[in-house]
Ligand binder design. Structure first.
Ligand code: TRH
Length: 384
């Protein structure tokens, strides 16, 4: 058996758990294709209640809950023998784990899966190793990313086919919006998802949209389910399970997303969208946004790229005064933005997904680790 443990520490919001759940499920599915590994994938998460909001099936009755080939445990997990250890987003592992892994022979392969950034420096650091000060083990830095020099982006093998199937049957969207509680008359309207941080200028956007063409605004909140304001229909759907989040995006003609996981999902949805990076006190999230906007340039005509930048800036900086003109200008460029999103998604899908590159990397390291321990065993026997 090959034991793979993914360590997730929830800092805040949902992305830590959201990314780690997708990673664990997809890695379990990928490693299961190699019977010789007999992989046991464990997700050790310090706040399982956050994961349960994303994955309601992870009931509290099963212990440890096991779903989609992943065992979910908490951080008190008795890490006895681990073959692959994946610490995510640089989370600090418990000392008892660091110490026992340092004594384990052969030691585990230790991956540090970093945050996704649109910035281009990650390619030069991808798969570099650094000895850990506590136990001397090599910690290998694995970077997701938009460039072939990185590990790529999380993408399930059948995701894009599922997306295209959804779009090929108009009843799919109607059925999904009906389940979301959207009234029949409103389901025919073009929809916009707004999933931003608390400082996002949502009220200013609502005011802008109310004076524009009829639109269905989808909000993940528990306020009054449907409000009418001018030409706008606002539907607060509460929250959907993570497995339905893609269909939420696929039902929309445009979206405002945030953080890391919904950013990647919006790219795969190939719709025009605006990203609000996770807020950093030192404002470094603005550099993230500029790097992301730069990456749009090759896929958009100049005027459409300018429209994308001005709406992204107005949204990220919370500038209600610029929002109305930025939105109207952006909406006018929607055809080019849609083509650009489709082209970029196609280019990203041409490369290996994060799971393909990570599972190939792990299989290679596991093989050389087993060869090495085989040779060590034989050399000890020979020396007797
Ligand atoms: O919630 P976030 O802001 O999470 C953030 C980011 O991941 C950030 O990088 C990280 O540093 C910080 O957490 C600690 O945004 P994100 O990454 O999009 O994660 C949201 C998850 O919630 C994503 O998996 C989609 C999911 N989701 C649902 O499952 N149902 C819903 O209804 C909605 C709105 C989101």
């Amino acid at each position: 058996m090959t034991t793979v443990v993914i360590w997730c520490r929830v800092v805040d919001h949902f992305g830590d758990a959201g990314v780690c759940w997708r990673l664990a499920k997809s890695l379990a599915a990928a490693l299961a294709q190699d019977n010789s590994l007999n992989a046991d994938v464990v997700l050790a998460i310090d706040r399982p209640e956050v994961l349960r909001q994303l994955v309601p099936e992870l009931s509290t009755t099963l212990h440890p809950p096991s779903l989609d080939g992943v065992r979910v445990v908490d951080w008190a997990f008795p890490a006895t023998h681990i073959d692959v250890m994946i610490s995510t987003f640089g989370c600090r592992l418990p000392d008892r784990v660091l110490e026992s892994m340092g004594e384990q022979r052969p030691p585990p392969i230790w991956i540090n899966l970093e945050h996704l950034t649109p910035q281009s420096w990650t390619g030069s650091c991808h798969t570099l190793a650094s000895p850990n000060r506590t136990n001397g083990l090599d910690e290998i830095f694995f970077f997701p990313g938009f460039d072939p020099s990185t590990g790529g982006l999380l993408r399930e093998p059948d995701l894009l086919e599922a997306r295209d199937r959804f779009h090929s049957d108009p009843l799919e969207r109607d059925r999904f919006l009906a389940v979301l509680g959207v009234e029949e008359a409103d389901r025919k309207l073009p929809a916009v998802l707004v999933f931003g941080y608390p400082d996002a200028p949502v009220d200013a956007l609502i005011e802008t949209l109310a004076n524009g063409p009829p639109i269905l605004l989808l909000l993940p909140s528990d306020t009054a389910p449907t409000i009418r304001q001018g030409n706008l229909r606002i539907h607060a759907f509460g929250w959907v399970a993570q497995q339905d989040f893609d269909r939420l995006l696929w039902s929309c003609m445009a979206a405002f997303v945030r953080g890391e996981d919904s950013l990647v999902r919006a790219h795969w949805a190939a719709i025009p969208f605006i990203w609000q990076p996770y807020r950093q006190l030192d404002q470094s999230h603005r550099e993230q946004l500029e790097a992301w906007l730069d990456r749009w340039q090759p896929f958009l005509p100049e005027a459409a790229a300018a429209a994308q930048a001005s709406l992204a800036h107005a949204w990220d900086r919370g500038e209600p005064s610029n929002l109305s003109s930025a939105w109207s200008n952006w909406l006018a460029h929607r055809p080019e933005l849609s083509r650009g999103a489709t082209d970029w998604a196609r280019q990203l899908a041409a490369g290996p997904s994060l799971i393909q590159s990570l599972s190939a990397f792990l299989r290679d390291r596991l093989e050389s680790r087993s060869t090495l321990s085989h040779r060590l065993r034989h050399s000890r026997l020979d020396s007797r």
